[in-house]
Write a protein that binds this ligand. Structure first.
Ligand code: S3P
Length: 188
């Protein structure tokens, strides 16, 4: 684990990244409960602050505006908060400023799901609610899925979700984080 800031590991935000619909929000809420921390879903926070849904923001203001809002919020949360569990929208981590802030100040977990699992189990649940999926063929969505993997590869730790229930994934994250704390900061 690289030490790019002086924030103690035990106080750093835990940040969940991964493709849309992977389960970042559900798993993030479970992790927050287990560690007695606050959970912030970045998309929900944007919706709350701007008084509109993400699809409305895409439709009324455009994707570029959403990406700017998303970037500014995440960089702010990474820089100015501690002890949170953050779940990022699936496209946020494509922005270099977001990656840099997350990796420097937080502990980044990539929630990894195979294309086959995602296509069978997740796509049907989210296809109507994600503007990025609108008007795309399955081939185009598959392309997007694989294009994004190189950004997601820049993480501190990875959990493969394919055969896991959300509860099991959250437990793995908590075990991994406690192990990291004990190894790198044994006396805190
Ligand atoms: C997006 C993913 C969404 C949301 C927005 C754009 C993306 O979040 O931020 O619709 O570009 O992948 P989830 O990952 O929670 O679906």
């Amino acid at each position: 684990m690289s030490r790019q800031t002086t924030i103690p590991l035990r106080e750093r935000n835990i940040i969940l990244i991964g493709f849309m619909g992977a389960g970042k929000t559900t798993i993030g809420q479970l992790v927050a409960k287990k560690l007695y921390r606050d959970f912030i879903d970045v998309d929900a926070e944007i919706e709350r602050r701007h008084g509109m849904s993400i699809p409305e923001m895409f439709a009324q203001k455009g994707e570029a505006y959403f990406r700017q809002v998303e970037r500014e919020l995440i960089v702010d949360l990474c820089t100015n908060t501690r002890l949170k569990i953050l779940s990022l929208g699936g496209g946020a981590y494509l922005q270099e400023d977001v990656r840099r802030a997350c990796l420097a100040h937080g502990i980044v977990f990539f929630l990894d799901l195979s294309w086959e699992h995602w296509k069978e189990e997740r796509l049907p649940l989210i296809v109507d609610s994600r503007p990025v999926l609108k008007n795309k063929t399955l081939e185009e969505v598959e392309q997007l899925f694989f294009q994004r993997q190189s950004a997601y590869a820049l993480h501190h730790s990875r959990v493969v979700l394919n055969e896991l229930e959300a509860e099991q994934a959250a437990e793995q994250i908590v075990e991994s984080i406690k192990w990291t704390w004990d190894v790198y900061e044994p006396n805190r």
